[in-house]
Design a protein around this ligand. Structure first.
Ligand code: ADP
Ligand code: MG
Length: 575
């Protein structure tokens, strides 16, 4: 929590102002009971009307000042807390955008989302409470005690009895409650994850009739969250009645004790009333401190989770001295590259070496899980290699500026992601400065022009969230157009033709050939047809290269390749 306070720095002046306002307000509040006792003891008891009027007006003014200061302080607190939350969210967002996929995998998307929303809100609310109430509580408590004791020293032993009792009870509950708050946030992450999976996978869940199963999974997480929250709330529920009880019994005790003293005239009626009011003010501040004890551990659990994000640095950084080829050509070389995912037992890629050059098409084929996507994801440096190196135009990509490296690459990922916006916006995502003619040309190359023209608003047709309103094949083609409009030196197609029919696939690759004459093209595919005419075909199996060469070379030299060919050829012939 303390670490996060540095994000309060921009609000330093406001916070200082709040402190001053609250101090003055508390002073005003503390003077009211004394003024009132003056009215009673010096005015009413003595029948002095002038004193009643004078002190009464004085009280009104003081009360008005207290209210004005209170409202201003509240306004400033709200502004400070909201601004504080906004700054932290902004910081988290920029941090997460800079993360390599390694860190994103580590935290998990669901957790990153809860941390940015729920956890920040938790901390933000606490800052509001601190500035709004908790600053006031200690001043009020100490001031109240001083005033009460000077007013009626004979009764002050009651406070000495009550206050420690209250404090001990609160501390006890806080110590018990602290670990629970962390658990609640974890359960919230879990429920977020299940919900996300359910919503994004709703089609699969329905198709496989897993609604009941998913329902159970959700119920379980929901139950766990409920249990944890219940435990926390039970503690809190114990706390408040106890505090309220003490608060109501104390005046009773005071009145009871002071009865005889009133009778023999050793205390006056007005100052007894003032003493009761002071003790209420003190108790009230103790309640505020109680709330602080409840809120701060809770916010602390959230703050820890936020700090985890803010403090874990991306593992992929630009090196201090970056290099870049004078005349990039797009030549790629893998040298003995081995790579493992975070926490995986076996490397996903093992001792991979190959080269891919401009004007050539390099294809990667292999079963699912053989490491094809992993291989191409290393080229834009989404992950860093464990061993070996990847060179682009003879320079190790670790020494290149990431932005520059990526500017050379047009990537069509296996999962084509489109963004909410028009088709034109989505294509332009690849190149902001593309004009209409270039966008149209890219769409034509990607075989997307035909279906775009059939849309009501053509290029300005809106793609909904996640691209749900267009087909998988259409999505892939827009993603391809997005890469083409970039005119990159390196094209990477990760299984990008799988949702296309054979005819469109062939047509698209013919058009692409014209476009990519001087570029390095890497095509990942499952279909023999797609890779057959590549200049070099790499056959991957369990993360290792088990053969490479042209189609005809591989047919005679690589048994796995021959098997893939045979299985697919017979299939097509029978169709
Ligand atoms: P392909 O694209 O050939 O189907 P991938 O490259 O996607 O294969 O996956 C290769 C292996 O790496 C698989 O065993 C897969 O389970 C694992 N893998 C892929 N992505 C991740 C990830 N983000 N974290 C951990 N393991 C992964
Ligand atoms: Mg893949």
């Amino acid at each position: 929590m303390i670490k996060l306070f540095k994000y309060l720095r921009p609000f330093g002046f406001q916070v200082a102002l709040i402190v001053v306002l609250i101090f003055l307000q508390t002073m005003a509040d503390l003077s009211l009971p004394t003024l009132m006792s003056d009215i009673v003891d010096k005015g009413i008891a003595m029948g002095n009307t002038a004193v009643i009027w004078k002190t009464g007006i004085y009280m009104l003014i003081v009360a008005f000042i207290a209210i004005t200061f209170n409202i201003s302080a509240g306004y400033l607190s709200a502004r400070t807390a909201i601004g504080f939350g906004m700054n932290i969210r902004k910081k988290i967002f920029s941090k997460v955008t800079a993360y390599s996929l390694d860190e994103i995998d580590k935290f998990g998307t669901a957790s990153l989302i809860t941390r940015t929303t729920n956890d920040v809100t938790q901390v933000q609310t606490t800052v509001f409470m601190i500035t709004r109430m908790m600053l006031m509580a200690p001043i009020m408590a100490i001031g109240g005690i001083i005033m009460a004791v000077t007013k009626e020293p004979k009764l002050s032993w009651i406070l000495i009895l009550v206050l420690p009792l209250m404090t001990m009870f609160i501390v006890f509950l806080t110590v018990k409650g602290f670990p629970l708050f962390g658990i609640v946030q974890k359960k919230l992450d879990r429920i977020n994850l299940v919900l996300r999976e359910n919503l994004t996978g709703i089609r699969v869940i329905r198709a496989f009739d897993k609604i009941l199963y998913e329902q159970k999974r959700f119920d379980n997480s929901n139950m766990e969250l409920t249990d944890a929250t219940l435990k926390v709330n039970r503690l809190v529920a114990l706390l408040f009645p106890f505090v309220m009880l003490v608060m109501s019994l104390t005046p009773v005790l005071i009145v009871w004790v002071s009865g005889p003293l009133l009778e023999n005239g050793s205390i006056q009626f007005g100052s007894l009333m003032a003493f009761i009011q002071y003790s209420t003010q003190i108790m009230f501040s103790v309640i505020m401190i109680t709330m602080m004890f409840i809120m701060i551990p809770r916010a602390q659990a959230s703050a820890v989770r936020i700090n985890e994000i803010l403090e874990s640095d991306t593992s992929i950084k630009n090196s201090v001295k970056t290099q870049f080829p004078d005349k990039p050509a797009g030549f790629i070389e893998f040298r003995n590259v081995t790579f493992s995912y975070h926490g995986a037992e076996q490397p996903a890629l093992n001792d991979i070496s190959f080269t891919a050059g401009p004007g050539k098409v390099t294809a990667v084929i292999g079963g699912t899980g053989s490491g094809k996507s992993t291989l191409v994801n290393l080229i834009p440096r989404f992950y860093d290699t464990a061993e070996g190196e990847i060179l682009v135009d003879g320079i190790n990509i670790k020494f290149m500026e990431q932005e520059k490296l990526r500017s050379l690459i047009g990537l069509v990922p296996q999962q084509s992601r489109l963004f909410t916006g028009s088709i034109s916006d989505n294509v332009k995502f690849g190149n902001d400065s593309a004009d209409d003619a270039e966008i149209r040309h890219a769409a034509e190359t990607a075989q997307a022009y035909g279906f775009i023209m059939e849309k009501k608003n053509k290029f300005y047709d809106i793609i909904e969230q996640g691209g749900l309103n267009i087909s998988g094949g259409q999505k892939q083609r827009i993603a391809i157009a997005r890469a083409v409009v970039r005119k990159p030196l390196i094209y990477i197609f990760d299984d990008s033709f799988s949702a296309l029919d054979f005819k469109t696939d062939a047509q698209l690759r013919r058009e692409l050939r014209k476009e990519t004459e001087n570029s390095t093209v890497i095509i990942v595919a499952q279909r023999i047809n797609t890779v057959m005419d590549a200049d070099n075909i790499i056959v991957l199996d369990e993360g290792r290269i088990i053969g490479s060469g042209t189609h005809s070379q591989l047919i005679s030299a690589c048994s796995v390749y021959r098997e893939i060919v045979e299985s697919q050829m017979t299939l097509e012939e029978t169709v």
